[in-house]
Design a protein around this ligand. Structure first.
Ligand code: NAD
Length: 365
């Protein structure tokens, strides 16, 4: 969009940040630009009532800047509720770097990004997300203390993805218990969409439990690698949503539950790692409920990663990380029952509990 094609009146009517569809009273949005390294990033601080805004950095080749802004607004908001429902004293934040992580992520760019994070004085604490690795966080650590997800050799808690996957596994078992009366996943037909860091680790848990796992990814090499390591079948079709299955596990990007896919879904349970799975929370959450599909809220069951990085701030050990992550099973059961009892969506039930915690803290402050 260029200003030349807009009339003065049209410009007056555009609210590019606070008027964005995904804007939800975010406290601060920081646009970071560095000509020398080519860095173009946006840091979103949604809410710091519960503590500093912690959330990973995603590097992605967005179609345009609006898409990047929309993503950071949605992701940072999700982090607020994820931390609150998990009982962590953290606010919600997230960052996006616009670009291709495979070809445009240079050490100089990451260091410059780290300096921008540092300039916020701890209000935002970063970690890894899609397109980032533990070693990137180690590099960022050289210019700011406000980073987590650093390697164990450097004193951090290491890659959070296996813990995220373990939490998703716990949430999935809870949702299975709710839907089928049994949390055992043996022989359940489960489709894992996206077998990156989290997806692969989830496949490992599922195949260990004897589930019939189907995998899909846009990266053919990954598919073969994961198939050969675990007992999983590569999905050869072209419309995963319409397949007969017990459980759909979205572990790639968000908004895969939308107007197009939802009417086709045959799964009885949805439980996966991807953030913001519902394109429109209220509308699609309600449609899932009407179809009798048990949806385990993403921000509840994918919290293992944040629990893992939070350990770096609070100095708790692996045992405590696992205990807190295992607790996702109980919380998920509680949320699913609350939703049924009150006739609301599971997303709403989780959201309400998270919000109550934030409001209580706000009133105490
Ligand atoms: P990743 O980049 O390692 O893996 C993502 C995978 O999805 C890649 O293999 C990619 O090829 C695949 N993919 C992309 N588009 C696809 C499509 N249309 N269909 C099928 N596959 C597709 O990322 P990750 O760290 O495994 O994270 C996966 C999801 O979980 C993301 O949405 C992330 O935000 C969320 N999440 C991750 C963590 C964590 O600890 N890593 C924590 C919470 C949430």
């Amino acid at each position: 969009m260029t200003t030349e094609v807009l009339t003065q009146n049209e410009i007056k009517n555009i609210n590019p940040v606070f008027g964005q569809l995904s804007f939800d009273n975010h406290e601060q949005i920081v646009f970071c630009n560095d000509k020398d390294t080519g860095l173009k990033a946006i840091i979103g601080v949604h809410n710091t009532v519960m503590g500093p805004a912690l959330g990973g950095t995603r590097m992605w080749q967005y179609a345009n800047e609006w898409e990047a802004l929309n993503d950071v607004l949605r992701l940072s908001r999700g982090m607020t509720f994820k931390a609150a429902i998990t009982g962590l004293n953290l606010g919600g934040g997230k960052a996006v770097i616009i670009g291709d992580a495979k070809t445009q992520k240079t050490p100089e760019l990451m260091l410059r990004f780290g300096e921008f994070v540092n300039s916020l004085g701890g209000k935002y604490i970063t970690a890894e997300d899609v397109g980032m690795e533990t070693r990137d966080m180690d590099l960022v650590r050289t210019v700011t203390p406000f980073v987590t997800g650093i390697s164990e050799e450097k004193g951090g808690a290491g890659n959070p993805s296996p813990i995220t996957a373990y939490g998703v596994f716990m949430g999935m078992k809870a949702a299975a218990k709710h839907a089928f009366g049994n949390s055992d996943l043996e022989d359940r037909v489960i489709y894992v969409q996206g077998i990156g860091n989290v997806g692969e680790s989830l496949v490992e848990h599922l195949s260990n439990e004897g589930a019939r796992v189907f995998i899909s990814d846009i990266n053919q090499g990954r598919l073969e690698e994961v198939r050969d390591k675990y007992s999983a079948t590569i999905y050869e079709g072209n419309n995963i949503y319409a397949e007969e299955m017990d459980i759909y596990a979205p572990c790639a990007l968000g908004a895969t539950i939308n107007d197009v896919t939802l009417p086709q879904l045959k799964a009885r349970v949805i439980a996966g790692a991807a953030n913001n799975q519902l394109a429109e929370e209220n509308k699609h959450g309600m449609q899932l409920k009407e179809k009798g599909i048990v949806y385990a809220p993403d921000f509840l069951i994918n919290a293992g990663g944040i629990i893992n990085v939070y350990a770096e701030l609070e100095n708790y050990d692996k045992k405590e990380i696992l205990r807190k992550t295992e607790n996702i099973f109980k919380t998920t059961i509680k949320i699913l029952e609350k939703a049924d009892l009150n006739g609301i969506t599971t997303h709403q039930a989780a959201f309400d509990i998270a919000n109550e915690r934030i409001e209580a803290r706000k009133n105490k402050n």
